[in-house]
Design a protein around this ligand. Structure first.
Ligand code: PGA
Length: 237
């Protein structure tokens, strides 16, 4: 079986003087076949230490007068390989719409970045029995007018599970991931990787890993602590 993909999303954590220490903790690890997504300002440090790096977001425009933004072209020119798009924090805290996300996906693909496309339902949507509908819509709109999905990886992250220590059962995750894979197969006649994200830690990762349909993990909080993150990597890869 192909290796599972592990992605650490450091979000807006770590100060400059903590980066060296963080990076050093990975010296003993047997593989660098995982992806780290630090704040953009730290990307060169991780690249120079041999990490595979992803960004946490990307600008929906190509280049020019967009103060504060970072483009796919810039990320790719640094050596960044992956790019998270549509994380629920971007959707909810920064009002990103499915249209914004679709534009970002297109720009990332144009620069040959692999896209980690995040989709997930809120608790409210679960209660309204809208989970399937929401996931289908997020997927369809994010991939609107995209014909080649070779560089797309989906991360299924139930919003209610992110940073909360609340987790879905393995059966629920399996069912949802199979649904996502079926939607993609129906439209593109192709299989893609689907990751799970939401309160994954070094204690529960092996239980999640029993679900064959999960092709890897997107890890937030547990990746901020290098000991926890290296444990997870050593257990899974
Ligand atoms: P968490 O975050 O692991 O802290 O739940 C996951 C994510 O936001 O991708």
């Amino acid at each position: 079986m192909e290796n599972k993909l592990i992605i650490g999303n450091l979000k807006m954590n770590l100060k400059y003087n903590e980066i060296d220490q963080y990076i050093k903790k990975f010296e003993t690890i047997k593989t660098k076949k995982f992806v780290i997504c630090p704040s953009n300002i730290y990307i060169p440090y991780f690249l120079n230490s041999g990490f595979i790096v992803g960004s946490q977001d990307v600008c929906e425009y190509e280049t020019g007068a967009y103060t504060g933004e970072v483009s796919a072209i810039q990320l790719a020119s640094l050596g960044v390989k992956y790019c998270i798009v549509g994380h629920s924090e971007r959707r909810l805290l920064f009002n990103e719409s499915n249209l914004n996300i679709n534009k970002k996906v297109k720009k990332a693909l144009d620069s040959n970045l692999k896209v980690i496309l995040c989709i997930g339902e809120t608790l409210e949507e679960v209660k309204l029995l809208k989970k399937e509908e929401v996931l289908k819509k997020q997927l369809e709109l994010a991939l609107n007018e995209i014909d080649d999905i070779t560089n797309i990886i989906v991360a299924y992250e139930p919003v209610w599970s992110i940073g909360t220590n609340k987790i879905p059962s393995n059966e629920e995750i399996k069912k949802t991931i199979v649904n996502i894979k079926n939607l993609i197969r129906k439209k593109y006649k192709k299989d893609i990787k689907v990751l799970y994200g939401g309160s994954v830690n070094e204690k529960n990762v092996e239980t999640f890993n029993k679900v064959d349909e999960i092709d890897g993990f997107l890890i937030g909080s547990a990746s901020i602590n290098p000991e926890h993150f290296t444990h997870i990597i050593n257990k899974i890869i």
